[in-house]
Write a protein of this length. Structure first.
Length: 283
């Protein structure tokens, strides 16, 4: 008897089209689950990657400020203890101000809502299809139409999920590029500070050495031309390093839309290598 009932049920479902409705309901359920899972993953990743990029952008901007307001100022203060400092036929302070002290605007990062390129409010088709399926319309024609709509929507959802994955990949590229720039600044500023410390110690040592010939050590300005060769080389290295650091600080790295400026990141990598070579020569 149960076999007869099952056979009759299958026949009835085929005649009325209920089997299409059942298939549509199952596909709708799976599509909804897949979409909700993808949305949750996408939103979490955008938030996580966005925060990581924001942290690194903040560090780059702080590095830029420190380069101008701390490191370059310290170099100038040390240089003020010297006289007759001529670079390229021009007094050091004038040349340094003209060539170096020009601050570029900060790197900008888009707001998180701008990073969320997928518009979840436009996903209403699934709800519409769900309403069709829950109205209990099981005629053969309507059931086939419902199944076709669900299949069409499932294909569209797959496309949207692919867009999400593509954007996450792009955000990953931005993070990797900006992370590399942070590494360049980390290394270069550390080396600049080391050389600056060494040069300052050398200048102060020379001032102490000449203390016996002067009444006031603190007003003593050393003649740059009479410094030991090693200190002159350190000074020139610091000046050249400052020029390169200024170029690093004046690169933008990101467009106004928050995309990577590949030309800037490539330039930063080249400057990093040049600066490291200069530092190694000065060490």
């Amino acid at each position: 008897m149960s076999f007869v009932r099952r056979a009759c049920s299958k026949a009835w479902n085929a005649v009325t089209g209920k089997k299409y409705a059942i298939e549509a309901e199952e596909l709708y359920r799976k599509t909804t689950e897949k979409y909700e899972t993808a949305c949750e993953h996408y939103q979490k990743q955008v938030e996580q990657i966005g925060k990581s990029i924001e942290q690194r952008v903040s560090r780059i901007n702080q590095y830029k400020l420190d380069i101008y307001e701390v490191h370059f100022e310290r170099f100038k203060n040390i240089a003020r203890r010297l006289k007759n400092v001529i670079i390229q036929g021009q007094p050091f302070e004038e040349l340094f101000d003209d060539s170096i002290l020009e601050i570029k605007q900060h790197v900008e990062l888009r707001e998180q809502h701008e990073l969320m390129l997928i518009d979840f409010d436009n996903m209403s088709f699934l709800e519409t299809v769900g309403m069709i399926l829950t109205l209990g319309i099981f005629s053969r024609k309507k059931a086939k139409e419902s199944l076709a709509k669900v299949r069409e929507e499932a294909a569209r959802i797959d496309e949207e999920i692919e867009k999400m994955n593509t954007q996450l990949t792009q955000l990953g590229v931005v993070l990797k590029s900006i992370d590399a720039v942070v590494g360049y600044f980390d290394s270069l500023i550390l080396n600049y500070e080391k050389l600056l410390q060494r040069f300052e110690w050398g200048v102060q040592s020379q001032r102490v050495y000449q203390m016996s010939e002067q009444n006031n050590l603190f007003s003593l300005r050393l003649d740059f031309r009479l410094l030991p060769t090693i200190h002159i080389e350190e000074f020139l290295a610091l000046f050249n390093l400052s020029v390169v650091l200024k170029q690093m600080a004046n690169l933008g790295y990101l467009t106004e839309q928050g995309d990577v400026l590949e030309a800037d990141t490539e330039r930063a990598e080249k400057l990093y290598k040049v600066l490291n070579d200069k530092f190694n020569q000065a060490s």
